[in-house]
Design a protein around this ligand. Structure first.
Ligand code: TEU
Length: 575
């Protein structure tokens, strides 16, 4: 297979969550000028593409994933001039900028929805999904089906005025656009995509890219969680009947006209289903996020039940993500953190060996196949919020709604306190809030994020874990990431484009794999060995050849070749 190299395959992408990144004007909330002030930092880290999570005008019920105007900026983040400055600032440093494309739904405050809601005969009525009520045996009004919203409760909300329900897979204030309507689709393409491409934006991370096409029979979903009043719509809303037609249309009408990248958020699905979205010949998206790795430890259909994980499961998930493009014309991504996930070092590393395990995870990430995505704060080993924090510190709609519903369901039960304790433990492991605390820039008050009290609390560890101290320490996690990102580029045929093979699938503590070029025979190879345990492990060479160490997270003077200390990792080139 001949490799096609492109800038977006080579790229290291850095995700910015604007609310928590950097506050430039002392209102406690991050903003676009704050991002601009750090462009040199990002460049020096080795970032090629910056991805800004939603910065559009929005009531902020879901942190901007509820957009009320695609062509304006949330005033607290800045204005259109700031956006053009940001685009220019990135471009002048040789970096690109991509935005979040949230087009499964709008905010209920978007003018399209306000019109749609105004009457049954409004020309935009059909831009969203409206259905009449159902009535049960007792004559009580019920939603059209049992679909649950991802944010708890029914996926349908009743509108008193026009006496119909509208569909929202997420919050009540995030009505789903009706993609069946071609006029709606064209308006989306013009307002949400073309407008920004014409301003110089270099692509999009496409939110909920598998959800646009619903099964229009709107049947009841199978009951997977008997103790919950509503069920996830699953296959009735994911990878639906017309989803590929819609992506092909968006690509041919708009995206293909520009030199841009697209990366879709598509939850875990089969290899065949994934390839349909990202085969170059499909003409849909360049790549998608596969969720195999980040889904580890979570229980399907219930975000707040924690299942634990084993190293074998972890390896299997990495393998699935790395291998799914083998022998195809498709492309893949590498990521272990984003704004919806707890912190990777808390999940897969070790609090005891914090920085060493963060470096080990950096070795893993920078040696895997696909476009690499790093989330703000990951480069300094930002951790989950402390388990001791009260539930009041959690601000995410997903967490809050879940807890409210939990209280409604279980209030008054004899073992309520016990159940609530388990829920709090799970929230401390799995909530999206863990990724959303302010970036720790230095050890000054508010971690240098803001001059005033931030909108959400700074993590307790900011005095020890922060960017300023790591910039000045040659052995910091931050400087380790810098070196690793350089190595990834230097050996890009192995790391970015290479094939992947695990050598010790069943080993409970070690994760050993090779990366080899698709261009040549089997040599040279990259040989990666990671001790993901708290015990010393014996180091054995599982392939023949000359081993040259190119990366280690242990200083030279203490490295003992035959022993891998806890969370020690090594990368060799084998010839
Ligand atoms: O997330 C889509 C999604 O499916 C989420 O519900 C995800 O399953 C959840 O966060 C648990 O992992 C996207 C965005 O990434 C998320 O931040 C938004 O809240 C959501 O869409 C709605 O726009």
């Amino acid at each position: 297979m001949t490799i096609t190299y492109t800038w977006w395959k080579d790229a290291t992408v850095y995700q910015i969550w604007p609310a928590s990144y950097k506050d430039s004007n002392g209102d406690g909330l991050g903003d676009i000028p704050g991002v601009i002030s750090t462009l040199d930092y990002l460049k020096s880290l080795g970032v090629d593409v910056i991805w800004i999570s939603p910065m559009y005008d929005s009531p902020q019920d879901d942190m901007g994933y509820d957009i009320s105007d695609y062509q304006n900026v949330y005033p607290a983040y800045g204005d259109m001039k700031d956006m053009t400055n940001l685009i220019e600032g990135a471009h002048s440093r040789g970096m690109k900028l991509i935005l979040d494309l949230v087009i499964n739904h709008t905010s209920s405050k978007h003018k399209w929805f306000l019109e749609s809601k105004s009457s049954k005969t409004n020309p935009k009525r059909d831009w969203y999904t409206w259905k009449p009520a159902k009535y049960d045996a007792n004559g009580n009004r019920q939603p059209p089906n049992n679909w649950g919203s991802h944010f708890s409760g029914s996926a349908w909300t009743w509108d008193e005025e026009t006496q119909e329900y509208y569909l929202h897979l997420f919050a009540e204030s995030q009505p789903d656009l009706n993609w069946e309507n071609e006029v709606t689709r064209n308006a989306i393409y013009d307002e949400a995509l073309k407008f920004w491409f014409d301003l110089g934006v270099d692509g999009f991370r496409i939110d909920t890219a598998a959800l646009y096409s619903k099964d229009t029979r709107f049947l009841d979903a199978p009951i997977l969680l008997a103790d919950q009043p509503f069920q996830q719509p699953g296959k009735f809303s994911q990878n639906g009947p017309r989803i590929h037609e819609f992506h092909k249309e968006m690509f041919s009408k708009v995206t293909s006209k520009y030199d841009v990248m697209t990366v879709g958020e598509v939850a875990t699905c089969s290899r065949e289903a994934a390839l349909e979205y990202v085969s170059a010949s499909s003409g849909e998206m360049n790549m998608i996020f596969m969720f195999d790795v980040v889904d580890i430890g979570t229980i399907k259909h219930d975000r707040f039940r924690y299942g634990g994980w084993t190293l074998s499961e972890f390896k299997k998930a990495v393998e699935t993500e790395c291998e799914f493009i083998e022998g195809t014309d498709a492309w893949s991504t590498v990521f272990i953190e984003n704004h919806d996930m707890p912190r990777s070092v808390t999940r897969f590393g070790s609090a005891k060996h914090l920085y060493k395990s963060a470096k080990l995870l950096s070795m893993l990430q920078t040696s895997l196949t696909g476009t690499l995505f790093i989330y703000q704060g990951q480069e300094i080993a930002m951790q989950n919020l402390p388990p001791s924090w009260s539930i009041d510190e959690y601000k995410d709609i997903l967490t809050i709604n879940y807890y409210e519903e939990f209280k409604q369901i279980h209030a008054g039960e004899a073992d309520y306190e016990e159940k609530e304790k388990v829920l709090f433990e799970n929230i401390a492991r799995t909530a999206r809030d863990h990724a959303r605390s302010p970036v720790q820039w230095d050890d000054s008050v508010n971690a240098g994020f803001s001059t005033v009290k931030p909108w959400t609390k700074v993590n307790d560890d900011y005095k020890t874990t922060n960017i300023a101290s790591q910039l000045s320490d040659p052995n910091s996690v931050l400087n380790f990431w810098r070196k690793s990102l350089k190595l990834r580029k230097e050996y890009k045929d192995l790391f970015i484009y290479g094939s992947f093979k695990i050598l010790d699938m069943e080993h409970p503590n070690l994760f050993t794999f090779i990366k080899y070029s698709q261009n040549e025979d089997s040599k040279p190879q990259a040989y990666v060995v990671l001790n993901m345990s708290n015990d010393d492990m014996k180091f054995e060479k599982l392939v023949e050849g000359d081993f040259k160490l190119i990366s280690s997270n242990v200083s030279d003077d203490v490295l003992v070749e035959e022993i891998l200390t806890p969370y020690e990792g090594r990368i060799y080139i084998v010839d």
